[in-house]
Design a protein around this ligand. Structure first.
Ligand code: 5GP
Ligand code: ZN
Length: 113
């Protein structure tokens, strides 16, 4: 999609630090990390948020979920990690291309929000 930051990153038009890629998804380090490990996992097909995730084909949905586990293992997050997907203004979503934050490498707070 034109003028979508993460579509441009997936296309390689904007540089990113890739940590994982397969036919359906791409993962890269967040530019403003909120934890020692902070990775964004995005589908290659543009959908705006998790509210639209049902528009993705099943193989893409499965690939994203599997990728999260693979990346966590690759990053050595065996002590745990948090997965967050902000959706819409109430959740302060700032980039309208579905993404999952993988946060780890330190003890997270016991409050989710
Ligand atoms: P949101 O606020 O939508 O849940 O998360 C968007 C995330 O994208 C933020 O954590 C922000 O730091 C990250 N981000 C924004 N622009 C860029 C960029 O150009 N490159 C990378 N790697 N991350 C970005
Ligand atoms: Zn996009």
């Amino acid at each position: 999609m034109e003028n979508c930051l993460f579509c441009k990153i997936i296309a390689g038009d904007i540089p990113s630090t890739k940590v994982y890629e397969d036919g359906f998804c791409y993962a890269f380090r967040d530019i403003n990390p909120q934890a020692p490990t902070h990775i964004l996992v995005v589908p290659k097909q543009h959908v705006a948020s998790i509210a639209e995730m049902g528009k993705l084909p099943d193989d893409a949905l499965c690939a994203i979920m599997r990728a999260i586990g693979k990346i966590a293992a690759q990053e050595g997050l065996e002590n745990g990690f948090r997965v967050v997907s902000n959706c819409g203004p109430d959740a302060c979503q700032s980039v309208p291309h579905l993404h999952f934050h993988i946060l780890g490498g330190r003890q997270m707070g016991d409050q989710m929000a």
